[in-house]
Design a protein around this ligand. Structure first.
Ligand code: CTP
Length: 286
C-alpha cells in the first residue's frame, strides 16, 4: 500500500518510470525528497515554481549507464543538461520540475573531488552504501514506490540518530563536505550524532581543505536557515570543524563582552542567531 501522502510523487514520476522500465532499466527516487516525503515534510500538492522553501527537485538513480539515460529522456524532457555526464549524471527539466538521473555509483565522486574516475555499479545497494548518512541512503523503487532501506535510515530518522551507512571515515573520506552537512542534518532534523561520527570529524576535519569554497558556502547557507541552527553550529565548533572554514566562530568563545560581561560571547551569539527569522542574510549578520 502506498501511503496517501506519497501519491503525488507517484503521479509525477510514473511516465519516466514507464520509460525506463520499457527500456529494460530500473529507476529509483533517492536523496532529500525521499527523506522529506517519508517525514511528510514536502508540499507535494504544489506545482513546481520559483517560490523558495516549498519546492523540491527530484533525484533518481538507475542501473542504466549515462548514454542510455540520455537516450531514454531525450524526446521526453523539456531540456537536458550534460555537464555532469562524466560523473554519471544527466540533468533535465520537465513541466517546470528539475530532475537529475545518475547511474548507480560504486563510490561517491564530486566535481571537485581529487579522484579522477567514476566507478559505476549495477546494484542499488552499492550506490546507497556510498551515500553520506543512513537517513539519505534510502530509495523508493519505481513505479511502485517500494522502500529500499538497507541501513535502517527510516529508524534513524524516527529515533533521531545521525549515522553513516559504512564507517564515518569511509563516508567523510569519500567527500569531506559531509562533515559540514552533518551540522545541517543535526539542526534541521533534531538528530544526535553517533560517537564514532563525532570522533571521525575531530580526526578528519583538516580534510575540508580539499573542498571548494562554493560548496562550503552552500552548505553553511542551508544550515543557517534551519529553524534553529544552534545544535548544528555547536557541533561545528565542538568538533573543531568550524576552525577550518569560519575561525571567527570558535574565536567568540574566548571573547569577553566588556559592556554586558557575558561570560561566553559564542553562546550569546548562537542564541541571537536562533532568535532571528530564518533568512540567510539576517542569520549571517547575527
Ligand atoms: N549526497 C551524498 N553526499 C554529499 C551530497 C549528497 O551522499 N556530499 C547524496 C545523499 O544521498 C543526498 C543526495 O545525494 O540525500 C542529494 O543531495 P542534495 O541534493 O544535496 O540533497 P539533500 O542535501 O539530501 O537534501 P535537500 O534536497 O534538502 O538539499
Amino acid at each position: 500500500m502506498i501511503p496517501e501522502r506519497l501519491q503525488p510523487l507517484l503521479a509525477e514520476t510514473s511516465e519516466l518510470a514507464d520509460r525506463f522500465q520499457a527500456a529494460g532499466f530500473r529507476l529509483y527516487l533517492v536523496g532529500g525528497v525521499v527523506r522529506d516525503a517519508l517525514l511528510g515534510r514536502l508540499d507535494m500538492g504544489k506545482a513546481p515554481g520559483p517560490e523558495p522553501g516549498r519546492d523540491y527537485d527530484l533525484d533518481f538513480t538507475t542501473d542504466a549507464r549515462p548514454d542510455a539515460i540520455e537516450a531514454v529522456v531525450a524526446d521526453w524532457a523539456d531540456a537536458v543538461w550534460l555537464q555532469g555526464k562524466r560523473f554519471g549524471t544527466i540533468g533535465l527539466a520537465k513541466g517546470g520540475r528539475r530532475m537529475e538521473i545518475t547511474t548507480h555509483r560504486a563510490e561517491a565522486y564530486h566535481a571537485d573531488s581529487r579522484k579522477p574516475e567514476v566507478e559505476f555499479a549495477d546494484a542499488i545497494e552499492a550506490d546507497l552504501s556510498r551515500r553520506d548518512f543512513t537517513i539519505n541512503a534510502m530509495a523508493l523503487a519505481l513505479p511502485d514506490l517500494r522502500l529500499i532501506d538497507p541501513f535502517n535510515g527510516i529508524d534513524d530518522l524516527h529515533m533521531h540518530r545521525l549515522r553513516t551507512p559504512l564507517s564515518p571515515e569511509v563516508s567523510f573520506s569519500d567527500d569531506p563536505l559531509r562533515m559540514l552537512r552533518a551540522g545541517r542534518f543535526i539542526a534541521g532534523y533534531q538528530l544526535l550524532p553517533d560517537k564514532e561520527l563525532v570522533d571521525a570529524v575531530v580526526h578528519l576535519r583538516h580534510r575540508l581543505e580539499i573542498v571548494s569554497d562554493e560548496r562550503i558556502r552552500d552548505e553553511l547557507d542551508k544550515l543557517v536557515v534551519t529553524e534553529d541552527p544552534s545544535d548544528g553550529l555547536w557541533f561545528l565548533v565542538n568538533t573543531g570543524l568550524a576552525e577550518e572554514f569560519l575561525p571567527e566562530l570558535p574565536a567568540l568563545a574566548l571573547e569577553q563582552d566588556p559592556i554586558h560581561r557575558h561570560k561566553d560571547v559564542l553562546a550569546h551569539t548562537l542564541a541571537v542567531v536562533a532568535k532571528c527569522r530564518p533568512e540567510r542574510i539576517l542569520r549571517l549578520s547575527a
